[in-house]
Design a protein around this ligand. Structure first.
Ligand code: GDP
Length: 290
């Protein structure tokens, strides 16, 4: 609701004044989409597609325009797909810079699995800050998950190794690994992630794997550039966009899914344990457009 309010000030105004699809409308719409955080290239692609469709399709009412736009934006995004945790113990590697809501997301995700009767192991491989493991431990308690942590400055790959051993011994279904996302030192980050990756591949060659990037939706286009940078150092399988309950303009979700080619898997809509929603592109776009 907040997302659609924020967007409707602009895209809504353009649609409310709709008469016909012409160059003026396309230009105004493109501008409104950029204001709504869709990003310049996504907005331009969407408008080009609308111009194209208007040649073959009757778009005479505001409702018809809305339907076509929903269709276009939805199709530009990656198809919906749930996390694959079928081959157990599945490993979910979670990356992202400090403050985006990584720990909170891990806690919420763990809670959703334990609520389904699964056994979850959290792996505190962000050994850069002691506070990170402390926070994760609080979430492990809340979610009813197990946790493996070492001291500050420990080797993250060693934490992951021990987490896997403990998860095997306790018959866990899912291991969720918290990592230190220090983007300012990309070579280090890449080495660290590679090392973790080798440990997982060696110890759990047949397990399902996911690599999720957590992004803060309130940072707008900055989230897009973070996503681009992380996409270069890790093979991302999904995105989680947090803080969509705030004043964020939801267009950022479209920009990332369409621009990066990585599906959005979940959105965070609050600080509570239940405030994580599986992402559905059609429903999201419906809510985005007034
Ligand atoms: P980390 O440093 O990436 O691990 O970030 P944290 O998980 O510690 O979260 C940073 C802050 O963002 C905390 O105050 C969280 O409560 C808050 N937060 C995380 N996710 C959400 C969300 O979806 N909505 C809102 N409003 N706040 C969130």
């Amino acid at each position: 609701k907040k997302t659609s309010d924020a967007v409707s000030e602009s895209i809504g105004d353009v649609m409310a004044a709709f008469v016909k699809v012409d160059e003026d409308l396309l230009e105004e719409l493109e501008e409104a989409m950029i204001l709504a955080d869709l990003g310049a290239s996504t907005a331009s692609r969407a408008v080009d597609e609308l111009r194209d469709r208007a040649k073959h399709q009757h778009i005479n009412t505001k409702e018809e325009l809305r339907d076509v736009l929903c269709d276009i934006l939805s199709e530009m995004m990656q198809e919906d797909s749930a996390l694959d945790i079928s081959k157990k113990p599945a490993v979910i590697l979670v990356i992202g810079v400090n403050g985006v809501g990584k720990t909170t997301t891990i806690g919420k995700l763990a809670a959703s699995y334990t609520a389904q009767g699964m056994r979850v192991m959290l792996s505190a491989a962000d050994t850069f800050r002691a506070a990170a493991a402390d926070q994760l431990e609080i979430w492990a308690q809340r979610a009813g998950a197990d946790i493996v942590r070492h001291g500050e400055g420990a080797d993250p790959a060693a934490v992951v190794f021990d987490s896997i051993a403990a998860a095997k011994a306790r018959n866990c279904d899912v291991i969720i690994v918290d990592t230190a996302g220090r983007l300012h030192n990309k070579a280090n980050l890449m080495n660290e992630l590679n090392k973790i990756d080798r440990v997982i591949t060696r110890e759990l060659p047949d397990s399902s794997r996911e690599t999720l990037l957590v992004l803060d939706a309130t940072t707008g286009q900055n989230a897009v550039s973070q996503a681009e940078q992380f996409n270069k150092v890790a093979k991302l399988t999904g995105i989680v966009l947090t803080k969509l309950d705030g004043t964020a303009k939801g267009g950022i979700v479209v920009a990332i899914s369409a621009g990066l080619g990585v599906p959005v898997k979940y959105v965070g809509v609050g600080e509570g344990i239940d405030d994580l929603m599986p992402f559905e592109r059609a429903a999201f776009v419906e809510a985005l457009l007034p």
